[in-house]
Design a protein around this ligand. Structure first.
Ligand code: F6R
Ligand code: MG
Ligand code: MG
Length: 366
């Protein structure tokens, strides 16, 4: 049976500031999802938050990029926005960049990670949702999970994974994409995806055609869509696991470093991505540090079993502790790089204004 998993998310308002989605906004969105399930539009759903982002997880049979699902999600976010406005929440509707829905939600603000799968007899997958960072934040863990044998033992010892994976990478500036094979083109892949702000991984496929898609990541860039700062494009990622794909533990292992990502305060800083359970998905210290949650599911005929809150585990305490040490160290750099992003990566900047003001005083240097 072909099933589509759609993760669609938007920041439609939070409190206080950009910290957390309000329970009443979640309730309104959940009502909408319940109705869609009763009407048969979707098979199943879950709703949760990643900091100030409202996350809709849906299963259905309409395929990826389906107008009915995207329009439904848009309408759900509109209803949530109305509630957010009524409550006077911060940034109500901030990710809904268009006045009306037009065919496909991509490019209108919300983030989308979707995959159509042929359900295996036992199908496990994990949904990751990050706050205060960008889609390229998933480049490092997704590379580790699907291409690094020091992370994923299965690449070496599971014959079904031994052939490797295919990575599709976007150039978000030029609106282009390229597919690279690993392990053969690993160095070419790394040459691109190390530039996280420009070359996010869009999806990963198994070289085994019986398995197909393995991971999908949302790659919407709000700043580029809107042409001005409207908030970080906090990303989501769906990863299938087991039986010819990385095991759940190999997938989670990719997040054990607390690697440095762009985002954090005012989308203009660099800090560690801290893996947290749902209850700690609220960005407080300097609006951060950037966080990621992971919810694990099994799926049967589109019906969801779960979630398991996978980072709710002392096995990640050390990573969290390390992330806080890195947080402290990075913070002490204040307005200096690399705590602050480079001028062209910052979401907020006064630099052009400062340069303009100093123009008449700028002299030729010897
Ligand atoms: C970063 C983020 C926050 C805000 C910051 C200032 O993604 O959402 O760090 O940038 O709280 O917010 P405004 O400009 O709305 O006052
Ligand atoms: Mg926000
Ligand atoms: Mg957010």
């Amino acid at each position: 049976m072909k099933i589509t998993i759609s993760m669609i998310k938007a920041d439609i308002g939070s409190y206080p500031g950009h910290v957390k989605v309000h329970e009443d906004v979640m309730k309104v969105c959940e009502e909408s999802l319940k109705e869609a399930k009763n009407d048969g539009l979707i098979i199943d759903y879950r709703i949760f938050n990643a900091g100030d982002d409202t996350e809709l997880l849906m299963t259905h049979t309409h395929g990826i990029d389906a107008e009915v699902i995207h329009k439904f999600s848009w309408d759900t976010f509109i209803k949530g926005t109305e509630k957010a406005k009524e409550l006077g929440l911060y940034g109500a509707g901030q990710d809904l960049l268009a006045d009306a829905f037009s065919g496909n939600i991509k490019g209108m603000g919300p983030g989308v990670a979707e995959m159509e799968i042929e359900e295996r007899p036992a199908e496990s997958f994990i949904v990751f949702a990050a706050d205060k960072t960008e889609p390229g934040a998933f480049n490092y863990p997704v590379f580790k999970i699907f291409a690094d044998p020091f992370n994923t033992a299965g690449l070496v010892i599971d014959p079904k994974m031994h052939a490797g994976f295919k990575f599709t990478v976007l150039d978000v500036f030029e609106h282009k994409k390229v597919t690279l094979n690993t392990p053969e083109e690993m160095y070419e892949l790394l040459a691109l995806i190390g530039t996280t702000g420009r070359y996010p991984i869009k999806h990963v496929e198994s070289k085994n055609p019986d398995i197909g898609i393995a991971a999908a990541i949302s790659t919407e860039k709000l700043a580029l869509i809107a042409g001005r700062y409207v908030g970080k494009d906090d990303p989501v990622c769906v990863v299938r696991c087991q039986s010819g794909l990385p095991a759940v533990g190999e997938v989670l292992e990719g997040f054990s470093l607390g690697h440095l990502v762009a985002g954090w305060m005012r989308g203009s800083h660099r800090g560690p991505l801290m893996p947290v359970p749902l209850k700690y998905s609220q960005c407080t210290r300097f609006d951060g540090p950037p966080r990621v949650i992971s919810l694990g599911f099994n799926i049967k005929n589109g019906k969801l079993v779960g979630p398991r809150d996978l980072f709710d585990d002392p096995a990640f305490d050390y990573t969290r502790q390390k992330a806080m040490e890195i947080t402290d160290y990075m913070r002490r750099h204040g307005p200096f790089e690399p705590q602050r992003l480079s001028a062209d990566e910052m979401e907020y900047t006064t630099l052009p204004g400062v340069l303009e003001k100093l123009k008449s005083r700028m002299e030729k240097a010897e």
